[in-house]
Design a protein around this ligand. Structure first.
Ligand code: HPA
Ligand SMILES: [Zn+2]
Length: 346
């Protein structure tokens, strides 16, 4: 049985496996510039974040209808459930769809078809059919693309207003360097005024100063990646003191060459420093593994002992946006404490 965990850093578009990409391409009459799934997989040799993003945006062309987004999310939930994920806070990138003529409604309604509101205290009895979505409670986090303009982010938030009952928070992703958090001050203020939770990618490729800015200017409650905080001891001390969760993605860091090899990953040093770390998959279809695969990789390659693995799982639920359902959080945490380790944690 896999270790129960929450996944807090997962881009739903990054769960598009080659097989589903070809299936959706055929269904929608879209021609992909790859002849076979094997040929597509060969393109998964990334040099950095941008080289990955180019393919990530290219493949989104196959996502056109509500059913496409529902199929995408269902495939993710099935894989995640099999690896012990009990709760997932899922990013989506509306601007990457709006720019192709796919509406906010298509994206959100499609995802909702798969996620439903099971696991939400606002769900009606009819919606509480846990089996339908593999028994995973979920939240949706709308991400702004930081390489698009601040005005575009504001327009995106405006377009999301009819769907805010389904959206828990906002995030910030895409090409980091040259696009500091301060660029999005206004849209984050507007999001906060609407009662949305706030997170942002920072310190993946960008400098530690972007992490500080995300906290101070955008008011984020969690930092996505945050890896480069380790270059600034005063920042580490602050993150520890304020118990700011970091959503780390070890296999992503290797594939995007943020670290040289998994054995060089700073996760053990980060845990030793007292940082509130979590382990997540980011874009699992592209980076070679889902949440449990990331846990197994850090267990095997970094030699993390059982108490550290349990700590990572506990942190994932503590850092999740389950404030509207503390009863459920307590149940998940009890499962973590009762877990008996076997051979593998995925
Ligand atoms: O790892 C990532 N970093 C930044 N933006 C992203 N969008 C999808 N995945 C990522
Ligand atoms: Zn990410």
């Amino acid at each position: 049985m896999p270790l129960p965990k929450a996944e807090l850093h997962l881009h739903i578009e990054g769960t598009l496996e080659p097989e589903l990409a070809f299936e959706l391409a055929a269904r929608n009459g879209v021609t992909l510039p790859y002849a076979t799934t094997d040929e597509l997989r060969k393109a998964y040799d990334f040099e950095d974040l941008q080289s990955f993003l180019n393919l990530y945006y290219e493949l989104m062309a196959v996502l056109r209808t509500e059913q496409d987004f529902a199929d995408l999310a269902n495939a993710y939930l099935a894989r995640a459930a099999a690896q012990g994920v009990r709760h997932a806070e899922i990013f989506f990138d509306p601007q990457a769809h709006l720019s192709r003529g796919v509406s906010m409604g298509t994206v959100v309604e499609g995802l909702w078809r798969a996620l439903g509101s099971w696991g939400s205290p606002r769900a009606s009895e009819a919606e509480r059919g846990g089996e339908r979505n593999h028994g995973i409670s979920t939240r949706l986090i709308l991400c702004f693309l930081r390489d698009e303009s601040a005005e575009s982010a504001l327009e995106t938030l405006e377009a999301a207003k009819p769907y805010l009952d389904r959206i828990t928070g906002v995030g910030l992703d895409s090409a980091e360097v040259g696009h500091p958090p301060v660029k999005f001050r206004e849209v984050y203020e507007a999001a906060a005024a609407l009662g949305l939770r706030r997170v942002a990618h920072a310190g993946e490729e960008g400098p530690p100063a972007y992490i500080t800015e995300a906290l101070d200017v955008l008011g984020v409650e969690r930092v996505d990646h945050g890896l480069r905080c380790m270059e600034d001891p005063a920042l580490v001390e602050r993150l520890v003191r304020e118990r700011i969760p970091l959503t780390l993605c070890p296999l992503s860091n290797v594939r995007l060459r943020t670290v040289d090899t998994l054995a060089d990953h700073p996760l053990p040093a980060m845990l030793d420093a007292g940082l509130m770390c979590t382990v997540n998959s980011d874009d699992p279809a592209y980076f070679g593994g889902y949440a449990g695969d990331n846990f197994t990789a850090v267990q095997q390659t970094l030699g993390l002992p059982e108490d550290r693995l349990r700590e990572l799982a506990r942190n994932s639920f503590l850092a999740s946006f389950l404030e509207d359902d503390e009863e459920r959080r307590a149940r998940y945490l009890a499962e973590v404490e009762a877990y008996e380790f076997g051979d593998a944690v995925s």
